[in-house]
Design a protein around this ligand. Structure first.
Ligand SMILES: Cc1cc2nc3c(=O)[nH]c(=O)nc-3n(C[C@H](O)[C@H](O)[C@H](O)COP(=O)(O)OP(=O)(O)OC[C@H]3O[C@@H](n4cnc5c(N)ncnc54)[C@H](O)[C@@H]3O)c2cc1C
Length: 217
């Protein structure tokens, strides 16, 4: 099926026409972003922790230090909410009330499982690296056993998923269009600046080609 089925929990309520459940939209957002926010509760206290992620097909991978509370908690199978947000523009209206943001976001609900199979774990680590910087994995030293031991990898199935997308300009109240106030959209995007070489870079090491035109999406 090319569309996630909305559930009572993933049904976008406000401005439901901005909701999207098709895999194409969801995967495009997940693949363009590289930061997600992971929400979970410990003793009734919600925590929302920013982290990196990777995706393969219908699985989102999270990773981190084996000592991380987030990963230890999620490995127990507690309910988790992962949110990914891309900000595409600032929407400047004529009134304060109608200011907005153009965005694409995804919310994933579910329970994560601990990845124990060494091959899946290594593949997830490859996915994280490639998700942030495509082409990098083949050049770098891969994790050794002791580094793998120090790393926890979790897999979250993409089953209960929603996306929400806002595009376009401001929508003002009719009488406000006469106001002499600039209105429109200030587009935003991720732009890489000049790379800064590490002070201990081996002499003669060139900047990899994949960094020269780095962009997301
Ligand atoms: C950058 C950004 C800025 C925003 N600013 C505001 C703001 O200032 N005020 C405000 O009220 N809203 C803002 N939103 C929208 C906000 O994310 C919610 O969509 C909104 O609060 C409406 O929630 P609700 O009550 O309809 O749904 P809820 O009852 O909160 O959510 C029901 C279900 O709808 C789905 N859902 C809701 N929102 C999203 C989403 N954004 N992406 C994917 N799935 C979603 C989830 O599956 C959720 O479980 C912003 C969104 C983004 C990405």
């Amino acid at each position: 099926m090319s569309t996630f089925t909305p559930t009572a929990r993933t049904q976008v309520k406000r401005l439901p026409k901005r909701g999207a459940y098709d895999r194409e939209t969801v995967f495009k957002i997940l693949d363009e972003a590289f930061v997600c926010h992971v929400g979970f509760a410990v003793d009734g206290q919600p925590y929302v922790i920013p982290t990196n992620f990777g995706r393969r097909g219908e699985t989102l991978y999270l990773h981190g230090s084996a000592a991380s509370r987030m990963l230890r908690t999620l490995a127990e199978g507690v309910p988790v909410c992962v949110t990914v947000t891309l900000t595409d523009g600032l929407v400047l209206a004529r009134s304060a009330f109608h200011h907005s943001v153009n965005y694409r976001s995804v919310v994933v609900l579910g329970k994560a499982r601990l990845v124990e199979d060494p091959a899946e774990k290594m593949e997830a680590l490859r996915l994280f690296t490639e998700h942030v910087m495509k082409g990098r994995w083949e050049e770098i030293r891969w994790p050794v056993e002791q580094e793998l031991k120090a790393t926890t990898v979790l897999a979250l199935p993409l089953e209960e998923v929603s996306a929400k997308v806002r595009t376009g300009g401001p929508i003002d109240d009719e009488e406000d269009y006469a106001l002499p106030v600039w209105a429109g959209v200030l587009p935003l995007s991720v732009v890489a600046a000049e790379p800064v070489a590490d002070a201990r870079l081996k002499a003669g090491t060139e900047i990899p080609g994949y960094m020269k035109h780095y962009r997301r999406g």
